[in-house]
Design a protein around this ligand. Structure first.
Ligand code: ATP
Ligand code: BTN
Length: 324
């Protein structure tokens, strides 16, 4: 991977002017080389202001990972985790799945400054913005089989929601089976991909995307009603803080889920359930498979709908929940 644009970004992240000469010296580049890198930063969607005689500055200061704060934070959390911090990658889930297939240990975590081709469920894309999104994935090896992982995305959503609440985000809700919501808009998503036998053991990649601060252009790119932590907090936490707090909380959830399954998370999930009592339609591959009123979730994380046929249970996977 080419890390050069991020070396420049780390200098420009303060939002102040830096002369071409100073940047060239710091990066070992000619003036033309600096200009070339500035062009590549602009291609990442960032606006760079250029003033003759003063140099370059970002239109807005950028929240990149603070390496010392990150190192100190990671030291305090589960020693089971091995965290790799990258500048850029297409998808932390895809990369970690490759590493898992090559034997990466339980507890491997990949987080990146910028995820350029993030994935959601059912082949959808997940949009990230440099300095405003958080994207990371955790490899967890379960002794149980893939068949015993029902409810895992819900348990992880509880872990992420509690972390954001601790950081001061108001009104975090969950939507079955894998979303975080705030006031009817999507704040984050969870993508769980598993491999292994139905009877065990299994290797699970838990991917989490959280919007920390989205600009107007990013909202347009996303195309569905989205929101970010900044819109629901008095003091916006740094991406570093959001990462450390959510990773800590999710690792605790994964360890407990491994021992006890979904049941201990059910109550906390229902307390945050943004769609309780609403009329909804469930669809699969664009086809409506059921409609009814959401009455809750079962001990295994199945969605319970009251329909004309009585109470029906639906397990996650490829189902999509929309207002009915
Ligand atoms: P459903 O609501 O149908 O259960 P979902 O909301 O979990 O599914 P996916 O099918 O998993 O959606 O696909 C991801 C969805 O998230 C897409 O609709 C996409 O437009 C949207 N999306 C992509 N990036 C972001 C983002 N950064 N913030 C909020 N939503 C996003
Ligand atoms: C969804 O809402 O459908 C899930 C979105 C999951 C996005 C995260 S970001 C980190 C990880 N890497 C990916 O490519 N996707 C997940």
């Amino acid at each position: 991977m080419d890390t050069a644009p991020f070396s420049l970004l780390r200098i420009l992240a303060d939002g102040r002017f830096h002369s071409g000469e100073q940047l060239g010296r710091a990066l070992g580049l000619s003036r033309a080389g600096v200009r070339n890198l500035v062009g590549r930063i602009e291609a990442l969607g960032l606006r760079v202001i250029k003033v003759r005689g003063r140099g370059f500055r970002l239109a807005e200061a950028l929240d990149l990972f603070e390496s010392d704060v990150l190192a100190a934070g990671l030291k305090k959390i589960s020693p089971e985790l091995r965290v790799e911090v990258l500048d850029e990658c297409p998808s932390t889930n895809t990369l970690l799945a490759e590493r898992a297939a090559a034997g990466a240990p339980h507890g491997t975590v990949i987080v990146c400054e910028h995820q350029s081709a993030g994935r959601g469920r059912r082949g959808h894309s997940w949009v990230s913005v440099v300095g405003g999104s958080l994207a990371f994935s955790v490899l967890w090896r379960f002794p149980r089989g893939t068949g015993a992982l029902g409810g895992l995305s819900l348990a992880v959503a509880v872990g992420a929601a509690k972390a954001l609440e601790r950081l001061g985000t108001h009104g975090v809700g969950v939507k079955w089976p894998n979303d975080l919501y705030c006031e009817g808009r999507k704040l984050g998503g969870i993508l769980i991909e598993s491999s292994g036998d139905a009877l065990g053991p299994s290797a699970v990649i838990v991917g989490i995307g959280i919007n920390v601060r989205l600009g107007t252009q990013t909202h347009e790119r996303i195309g569905v009603p989205a929101t970010d932590i900044a819109s629901h907090s008095e003091a916006v936490p740094s991406r570093t803080a959001v990462f450390v707090e959510s990773l800590d909380s999710i690792a605790e959830v994964l360890a407990r889920f491994s021992r006890e399954g979904f049941e201990p998370f059910r109550k906390e999930w229902l307390e945050r359930h943004a769609w309780q009592g609403r009329r909804v339609a469930l669809s699969q591959a664009g086809r409506r498979v059921a409609e009814g009123k959401v009455v809750g979730i079962a001990e295994d994380g199945a969605l319970m709908l009251a329909s004309v046929d009585g109470i029906e249970r639906f397990h996650n996977g490829e189902l999509s929940l929309r207002p009915g």
